[in-house]
Design a protein around this ligand. Structure first.
Ligand SMILES: [Zn+2]
Length: 413
């Protein structure tokens, strides 16, 4: 960025400080899950930062011991510090540094600050922390969060999305579905009825606005093959189906159809996670084509399949692109993808931000700052090039952070 663009990006960023925000993806739980815990500096390194620590060579048991409060804080810090120095410049870590500065006034997380920072984090771990962080600091009006259990989310800021599929690879899992343990399942249709009841309950009781699935390699759904897989599990000729199986493909397809009837959005995790070869966003094309009336919200730009994901947004009217998680995977990739999306995709089809956090709610703020920086960088380039005015740029930013996710999920905020 030249000096002129840096200045303009700063102006756009500052103008975005007044925006209300829809946080288009979180894993936040009931607030007491956070406030009921003993916390210290390491809460800022729970969740996805662990992948960077593992990458730097930390063992899983050492990582777990960071959260074992029977071990003195200084012992845990000594264990953590060498790895922290290897990962402090990643995008995951930046969100932690921004959060430490905003909420606790510490310019850095290091040997000099970790004790006082830990005390400040513990003192702030009280009821109302969601409102203080999400509502007051971030100006978030709704955070779409994945709700697994039956417990109420109980915050006016949290709006539920529910998992689409539960385990269906063994007879035990089918006969006692986690989402309705007392269901009586004798036939495939019993199971489908239970799935439909679960989706309806999600919509009515949990006020869920969507279901979330993954972009796995799905085959064309076939009732006969699904029935045969179901019966093999039931009569014991097969103990466990492989992860990709015809029963899943059929149940998933029926669930999408039913959720669409109920006007729910289908959110899709694409790319990055574990063996991400299984999560290629292009796996979704036949599903997207089979359900032209379904609204699909593709998460994470399928990283590293960024171009493929952008093409899904370009090629299919029923696909939206959701930049949740992207800015903490890499700000460079997210900024470039926004830039390329401006060339390719209607401005109405993009949601700019979703924190993707569970316990470290403070990092939602850090991630939001990074998202605003990336949006400001992509848009300021267009303004400098004379392709749009500053006010057009801000209109687009407002769509991306507010109007688009609000309209896509039909949120009442
Ligand atoms: Zn997520």
């Amino acid at each position: 960025m030249n000096e002129k663009q840096v200045q303009l990006a700063k102006e756009l960023f500052e103008a975005m400080e007044d925006f209300y925000i829809i946080d288009a993806h979180e894993h936040l739980m009931h607030e007491s899950n956070r406030t009921g815990r003993v916390v210290d500096v390491f809460i800022l390194f729970s969740h996805y930062t662990r992948f960077d620590l593992f990458g730097a060579g930390m063992s899983e048991s050492d990582y777990r011991s960071l959260f074992d409060h029977r071990i003195p804080l200084d012992v845990r810090w000594n264990l953590f510090e060498p790895y922290w120095e290897q990962i402090r410049h990643t995008s995951y870590s930046r969100a932690a540094l921004l959060a430490a500065k905003k909420f606790y006034g510490f310019e850095d997380i290091n040997r000099q600050t970790y004790r006082a920072l830990s005390e400040a984090i513990a003192a702030n771990n009280t009821p109302g922390i969601y409102q203080r962080v999400l509502g007051d600091a971030c100006r978030i009006k709704a955070a779409l969060t994945i709700k697994w259990g039956t417990r109420d989310l109980e915050s006016p800021l949290l709006v539920a999305l529910r998992p689409m599929l539960y385990e269906l690879e063994t007879w035990d899992a089918l006969a006692h579905p986690e989402f309705e343990p007392d269901a009586t399942i004798r036939t495939l249709d019993d199971y489908l009825d239970a799935v439909r009841r679960y989706i309806l309950r999600s919509k009515i009781q949990d006020k869920a606005v969507g279901l979330k699935m993954r972009s796995e390699p799905y085959k064309t759904p076939c009732r006969e093959e699904a029935l045969s897989a179901f019966n093999q599990l039931k009569n014991g000729t097969c103990d466990r189906l492989p992860r990709n199986n015809p029963l899943r493909d059929y149940v998933m397809d029926e669930a999408i159809s039913y959720a669409t009837e109920l006007d729910m959005v289908i959110a899709v995790h694409t790319g990055y996670w574990g063996d991400f070869r299984e999560l290629d966003p292009l796996h979704m094309i036949p599903v997207i084509q089979r359900h032209p009336n379904t609204r699909f919200d593709m998460f994470h730009l399928g990283y590293p399949w960024v171009r493929e994901s952008l093409m899904l947004g370009k090629g299919f009217p029923n696909v939206w692109l959701n930049f949740c998680w992207t800015h903490i995977i890499s700000q460079k990739f997210a900024t470039e993808a926004l830039d390329e999306a401006l060339d390719l995709i209607p401005v109405s089809k993009i949601s700019a931000f979703g924190g993707d956090y569970d316990l470290p709610v403070e990092k939602v703020y850090g991630h939001l700052v990074m998202a605003k920086e990336d949006v400001a960088a992509a848009l300021s380039k267009r303004v400098i090039n004379g392709q749009m005015t500053e006010s057009q740029a801000l209109d687009i930013a407002r769509k991306w952070f507010w109007h688009n996710p609000r309209e896509l999920y039909k949120l009442q905020v």
